[in-house]
Design a protein around this ligand. Structure first.
Ligand code: ADP
Length: 159
């Protein structure tokens, strides 16, 4: 059985993230989506809220498990028996950082490969930050976020 980890901050999970999760779930026997600690100072959602929101969006994907970890990604991946870390690449701008992280993680644990999935062209422009910005100004969020979590984002916006 081959398992992979798909890490991120997912604050909140977008349709771009869901596209990567679905594709990874069709390649691997099991995918662990892992909400990592956000370096952003003020995340919109707590880690537990983000886990619960992704779980709701992944209800139809039986081989996807959603968890959170505050530790090293490679340690989490090893603890789940994962052979790969999956990352989505939107544009060249993602590449430098992701390549550095892939090399650093390889150094920490040579047994775990990083695999990049090219973003679907539909979602190349999309990030959690863009979705939050759109929410602030009352845009229709259905092109950005899974329907399951749009009310959560709108509710936070009101607070
Ligand atoms: P962001 O805040 O930039 O959306 P995350 O840390 O939540 O980033 O993203 C986790 C992973 O998902 C990263 O590998 C990132 O490159 C990838 N990703 C983010 N948005 C998209 C998208 N629209 N299409 C494909 N991959 C994406």
């Amino acid at each position: 059985m081959k398992a992979a980890v798909y890490p991120g901050s997912f604050d909140p999970v977008t349709l771009g993230h869901m596209n990567i999760i679905e594709r990874a779930a069709s390649i691997f026997d099991k995918v662990y989506v892992c909400v990592m600690v956000n370096s952003e100072k003020n995340p919109m959602f707590s880690r537990q809220e983000r886990v619960e929101m992704i779980q709701r969006c992944c209800a139809g994907l039986p081989n996807v498990v959603v968890e959170t970890s505050g530790g090293l990604l490679v340690d989490y991946a090893a603890s789940r028996g994962a052979v790969a870390i999956v990352k989505g690449l939107r544009a060249v701008s993602d590449f430098d950082w992701e390549f550095q992280m892939a090399l650093a993680n390889k150094k920490l644990n040579p047994a775990i490969e990083t695999m990049f999935l090219a973003s679907s062209e539909k979602y190349t422009y999309l990030s959690s930050t863009v979705a939050k910005e759109m929410a602030k100004y009352g845009a229709d969020l259905s092109d950005f976020l899974p329907n399951e979590i749009i009310p959560d984002v709108l509710n936070k916006q009101k607070k």
